[in-house]
Design a protein around this ligand. Structure first.
Ligand SMILES: [Fe+2]
Ligand SMILES: [Fe+2]
Length: 284
C-alpha cells in the first residue's frame, strides 16, 4: 500500500476527542483504566518502531521512508490523544485499531522485501522486523479485550511471549556493538545464554501446563527466577542507555532511544509478572 493511502489515518485530534466525549460519558467506569494504560504504553512503542524502521531504511527508498515517517506521526498523534482521555472507547479505539492493522501490514511488507533480498542497503535485521511485528500483533489482540484465561495458562503464555522478546533484545544489542566492545559483548552473550535457556523451559512448562494440573508449584519457582534475571537484564539495558547518551560506547545502535525502548519493555514484563507474584516483581 503506497503511503498516500495512509492519509486518512492522520486525524484531527480535537475533533475526534470531542466526538467521543458524549459517547464516553454514557459508559460506566470499568476495566477501561487498564486498557488505557496498555494502549498508552504500546502506542509509544509503535511510534518508536516506526522511527527505528525509518533509521534502518536505505536512502534510495524515499517511498518507504515517507511511509515510516507517516506512521511515526500517526502514532505520535494517537499518543497525545490517549493522554487526554480517561477511558478508551468509541472512535479513538477504532482509529487506533485501524492504524495498528496498517502498521502491521507495513512491517510484514518490509519483512517480505528483506526475506527476498529486495531491500539492498538497509540496516534492518529481518528478525527485528519480525520481532516488532509480533509486538504490534500482541497490542492489537489486547485491544480486542480478550476473555480472562485460566491463570496458569495466562502466566505461562506471558513467559513464552516475553522471554522470547527479552532474548531477542540482547541478541540485537550483541550484533550492533562494535567488535572492540569485548566486555559488553561478553555480558550480552551471557544474557543470551540465560534467556535462551529460560525460554526453552518456558515453552516446556507451557506445554505441560496445557494438561491443566491442579497444582504446578514449579511454575512459581520458575517465575521467581525469571523475575530475578529480567531485573538484571533491565539494569543492563538501562546502563547501556546511559553509555549511549554520553557517547561512551562504540556501536551501530541507531539511537540511544533503542536502549531505552527495550528497557521499558523489560519493565513492562516485570510489571505484568507482578500481577501474578506481587511481592517479588513489585520490588525494584
Ligand atoms: Fe519494541
Ligand atoms: Fe521488543
Amino acid at each position: 500500500m503506497p503511503y498516500q493511502e495512509h492519509e486518512d489515518l492522520l486525524f484531527d485530534e480535537q475533533e475526534l476527542l470531542e466526538e467521543d466525549r458524549e459517547l464516553l460519558e454514557s459508559i460506566p467506569p470499568d476495566l477501561d483504566e487498564s486498557l488505557l494504560q496498555e494502549a498508552r504504553f504500546w502506542t509509544r512503542i509503535m511510534k518508536e518502531h516506526a522511527l527505528f524502521i525509518l533509521l534502518g531504511l536505505p536512502a534510495d527508498r524515499p517511498d518507504l521512508r515517507e511511509e515510516a515517517t507517516r506512521f511515526n506521526e500517526v502514532f505520535a498523534r494517537l499518543e497525545r490523544a490517549l493522554e487526554r482521555i480517561d477511558r478508551l472507547n468509541g472512535k479513538l479505539l477504532r482509529h487506533l485499531e485501524r492504524s495498528l492493522v496498517a502498521l502491521i501490514n507495513f512491517k510484514e511488507r518490509l519483512l517480505r522485501l528483506l526475506l527476498a533480498c529486495n531491500l539492498p542497503g538497509n540496516a534492518l535485521f529481518p528478525l527485528l522486523v519480525d520481532h516488532i511485528t509480533r509486538e504490534a500483533k500482541r497490542f492489537l489482540h489486547l485491544l480486542s479485550r480478550p476473555e480472562p484465561e485460566n491463570r496458569l495458562q495466562a502466566l505461562l503464555q506471558e513467559h513464552a511471549f516475553w522471554l522470547r522478546v527479552m532474548k531477542e533484545h540482547v541478541e540485537f544489542v550483541r550484533h550492533l556493538l562494535d567488535p572492540s566492545e569485548r566486555t559488553l559483548i561478553r555480558q550480552a552473550e551471557e544474557f543470551i545464554f540465560t534467556f535462551s535457556r529460560l525460554l526453552e523451559t518456558a515453552n516446556e512448562l507451557e506445554s505441560m501446563g496445557s494438561a491443566n494440573p491442579r497444582s504446578f508449584n514449579t511454575v512459581r519457582r520458575f517465575t521467581e527466577e525469571v523475575i530475578q534475571r529480567t531485573k538484571e537484564l533491565r539494569d543492563f539495558k538501562a546502563a547501556a542507555y546511559e553509555l549511549l547518551l554520553t557517547c561512551q560506547v562504540l556501536s551501530i545502535i541507531p539511537s540511544p532511544l533503542l536502549a531505552d525502548h527495550i528497557r521499558r519493555e523489560a519493565d513492562k514484563f516485570l510489571s505484568e509478572l507482578s500481577l501474578f507474584v506481587p511481592t517479588e516483581a513489585g520490588t525494584k
